[in-house]
Write a protein that binds this ligand. Structure first.
Ligand SMILES: NC(=O)c1ccc[n+]([C@@H]2O[C@H](COP(=O)([O-])OP(=O)(O)OC[C@H]3O[C@@H](n4cnc5c(N)ncnc54)[C@H](OP(=O)(O)O)[C@@H]3O)[C@@H](O)[C@H]2O)c1
Length: 289
């Protein structure tokens, strides 16, 4: 399967940044609860190599997955990176000794996080850094000008090529855009959780990518009788239907389903690729949220 035959084709976020809309989210490669090393490091590397072999050119990560572990596995598995592969990371949190995810938005913490990403990924500049603010899965009101300006300065210094935002509202996005351009927004969204429908459409009009996290439900897998029955009629898995629905929802949506399994990765990519959603089934899926 080549990049242009992956489900959804490609999306261009900037002149030097075109990715396959079917991407891969690397969070599941660290140990349990995204903490510490995985039980089988070779298996984690095999997932990354399979993603590239399938033609995926968009890998989403963060140095706080593990922490550090996921990025180190990405580097070990894929460095030197193939032409056209884009790694997108995020900063704005840390891991504490209990495995919590405290925010880390102070200027020094952000500079450290960008440097850690560069070191652990083995890069001189990162394609995209998302500023991750907000709560576990929804934005919190308040200015993001100070932390976003720190990243804009690192972009001017050449350490970051493009900027993005995560867990933000339309107001946050407008505030950030008054400081520097953004190329993507990463928020919680899937077939059953569609708070961002209007936001997706307004970002599409601006040519900005929308990258849903928890596309398969994340830590609470998507549960829907309607989804299951549509999938059964289409002879597909509910996961493949959920991914195909996302890719159909808007051309600026980039899918980054996470998995620690080569078999699941293949199943997700080939399953979504094989699916065309008929209008009547699409209407039923649209009614789930
Ligand atoms: N910006 C943010 O704040 C934020 C937050 C969360 C996530 N993210 C990013 O978004 C990406 C996707 O989110 P996510 O990984 O949390 O959740 P997700 O993609 O919604 O779901 C991942 C879960 O689905 C399972 N899964 C995947 N394919 C499967 C299949 N074919 N059959 C059965 N189970 C399957 C995985 O288990 P297996 O490992 O067993 O396949 C894993 O438990 C992450 O990897 C990360 O890069 C960003």
């Amino acid at each position: 399967m080549a990049a242009d035959t992956l489900p959804g084709g490609t999306f261009t976020l900037a002149d030097d940044l075109t990715v396959t809309r079917m991407g891969y989210g690397a969070m599941q490669l660290a140990g349990p609860h995204v903490f510490g090393p995985p039980a089988d490091r070779d298996a984690a590397m095999a997932v990354l190599r399979e993603a590239v072999r399938l033609g995926i050119t968009h890998i989403d990560t963060s140095d706080y997955y593990g922490p550090h572990v996921t990025n180190q596995i990405i580097k070990e598995a894929l460095h030197p990176y193939p032409d056209g592969l884009h790694i997108v990371t995020k900063v704005g949190a840390l891991r504490d000794a209990e495995g919590g995810w405290p925010q880390a938005l102070a200027p020094d913490q952000l500079r450290q996080a960008v440097n850690d990403n560069l070191d652990n990924l083995g890069l001189d500049a990162i394609d995209v850094v998302n500023l991750r603010v907000g709560g576990f899965d929804s934005p919190t009101p308040g200015s993001i000008a100070e932390p976003f300006s720190v990243l804009a300065t690192l972009q001017q210094k050449g350490l970051i090529k493009h900027l993005g935002l995560s867990t933000v509202s339309a107001e946050h996005i407008a505030e950030a855009q008054s400081i520097a351009p953004i190329v993507c927004v990463q928020n919680f969204y899937n077939l059953a959780h569609r708070v961002d429908d209007d936001l997706i459409d307004s970002l599409a009009a601006q040519g900005i990518a929308y990258v849903p996290y928890f596309p398969l439900g994340g830590f609470s897998p998507l549960q829907s009788d309607e989804l299951r029955s549509v999938a059964a009629r289409l002879d597909a898995t509910p996961i493949a239907v959920a991914l195909a629905w996302l890719l159909k929802r808007s051309p600026n949506i980039l899918a980054i389903p996470g998995t620690s399994s080569v078999a699941h990765l293949r199943e997700n990519v080939t399953g979504a690729a094989a699916l065309t959603l008929p209008e009547d089934e699409l209407a039923r899926l649209n009614g789930i949220a």
